[in-house]
Design a protein around this ligand. Structure first.
Ligand code: ATP
Ligand code: MG
Length: 230
């Protein structure tokens, strides 16, 4: 369980999150956060991962204040964040990238790798290929697969469909739906329609504040979302 309690967050003198509260636990299936460019979605994920500090308020991961934890401790506790940039090691193979994802879980590496290959057969077919030689969609699958290698309780995906063709985007969302049967997914997206359709709980973030919280399908039907995003 991660609890975000009334946080203020800034970059230098510019505040980007305002008194924001949020929670997600392994009881959730899919929780989505949608909102425009620059709303602060990625910043929230970075703060939850312990990669960026809060000015005020607290983030608690399974009972521990994230400010006191090394980011790898947050991963070990069960929160894994696949960033927008994907951050693959381009000159390393698919298998090596997956192994890197298991740095906190060497004990279960081979077992988890089999599960990831089952979910994404293309990664097994290409396991000896360099990551940079893969297509954008395959690289996204690899980034997600690498996140799963840490055996998260909650997997946060930051704009998994970014830069992908519509057909590939659909494939990625099918996989996310499948993953959510086993692992809680926190989905951050600009593809508002797809992200809300999957979500049991969803938030609209604008200018560093949540303006609405509802079930995904209900938020999809709201006038504000229809007017501004669909
Ligand atoms: N490293 C940084 N240094 C300074 N300002 C930053 C930095 N990263 C983000 N910002 C600013 O913080 C605000 C929130 O950015 P953030 O990346 O969290 O938004 P986002 O909702 O993820 O946007 P996008 O949909 O474009 O990914 C923006 O105004 C952005 O310009
Ligand atoms: Mg972002």
């Amino acid at each position: 369980m991660i609890e975000v309690d009334e946080i203020d967050v800034s970059y230098g003198s510019i505040q980007v999150l305002w008194d924001l509260s949020f929670h997600i636990s392994e009881e959730d299936r899919v929780v989505s956060i949608v909102g425009p460019n620059g709303a602060g979605k990625s910043t929230l994920l970075r703060v939850m991962s312990g990669l960026h500090p809060v000015d005020d308020g607290t983030v608690t991961a399974w009972g521990a204040d994230v400010a006191t934890l090394d980011p790898s401790e947050v991963v070990k506790r069960g929160f894994v964040h696949v960033s927008e940039e994907r951050n693959l090691f381009g000159d390393m193979t698919v298998r090596e990238n997956l192994e890197m994802g298991a740095y906190t879980r060497r004990d279960t590496l081979e077992e988890t790798m089999r599960e990831v290959f089952e979910l994404f057969p293309i990664l097994e077919e290409r396991e000896d290929q360099r990551a940079e030689s893969m297509s954008g969609g395959q690289q996204q699958m690899l980034a997600i697969g690498r996140g799963l290698m840490a055996r998260p309780k909650i997997l946060a995906l930051d704009e998994p469909s970014e830069g992908l063709a519509p057909q590939i985007t659909n494939r990625v969302f099918e996989k996310i739906d499948e993953i959510s049967e086993e692992v809680t997914v926190l989905l951050v997206e600009q593809h508002v329609h797809k992200a809300l359709r999957l979500a049991d709980r969803a938030y609209l973030l604008e200018n560093g504040e949540f303006v609405t919280e509802d079930s995904g399908p209900a938020l999809l039907e709201s006038e504000h979302v229809k007017e501004a995003y669909l």
